[in-house]
Ligand binder design. Structure first.
Ligand SMILES: [Zn+2]
Ligand SMILES: [Zn+2]
Length: 135
């Protein structure tokens, strides 16, 4: 499965299709995306290959996270987390081909935007770590 940024300066492939999507409502995801939440998938780093990379930059919003984006079109293309070196986070919206599963959960719902209402019935999690079950 291949995907990339909007201008195609960045192009990558993953050997195994994503099996799980989650919605993250944390403050970082909201501010960095400008949207109510980010939908993420996580893939094994050893199955992730960068095929073309012209002008990728990394922004480090925390000590452990590096968010890679295309310096030409600004698309967020993947995120690395030093705490989880075997995994790569991919914003699900950039994967335009293939079939992705529906999101399995909402995380950090206590931090969600006040103007956004969650309108589906998938499980919600919140609390300080974003992963405590919520009704
Ligand atoms: Zn681009
Ligand atoms: Zn988040």
């Amino acid at each position: 499965m291949e995907f990339g940024c909007h201008c195609r300066a960045f192009w990558a492939s993953i050997t195994r299709p994503p099996t799980k999507l989650v919605n993250c409502h944390c403050g970082l995801c909201r501010q960095l995306s400008g949207a109510a939440y980010s939908t993420w998938t996580t893939v094994q780093a050893d199955g992730f290959s960068i095929l073309q990379s012209v002008g990728i930059r990394r922004y480090r919003p925390t000590d452990t996270i590096a968010r890679a984006f295309c310096e030409i079109c600004g698309t967020h293309v993947f995120t690395e987390d030093r705490r989880l070196p075997a995994m790569i986070g991919i914003p699900a919206g950039i994967i335009v081909g293939g079939t992705l599963p529906e999101p399995a959960a909402h995380y950090f719902v206590d931090d969600k935007a006040g103007w956004h209402s969650i309108g589906d019935a998938i499980p919600c999690f919140g609390g300080a770590n974003g992963m405590m079950p919520r009704p």
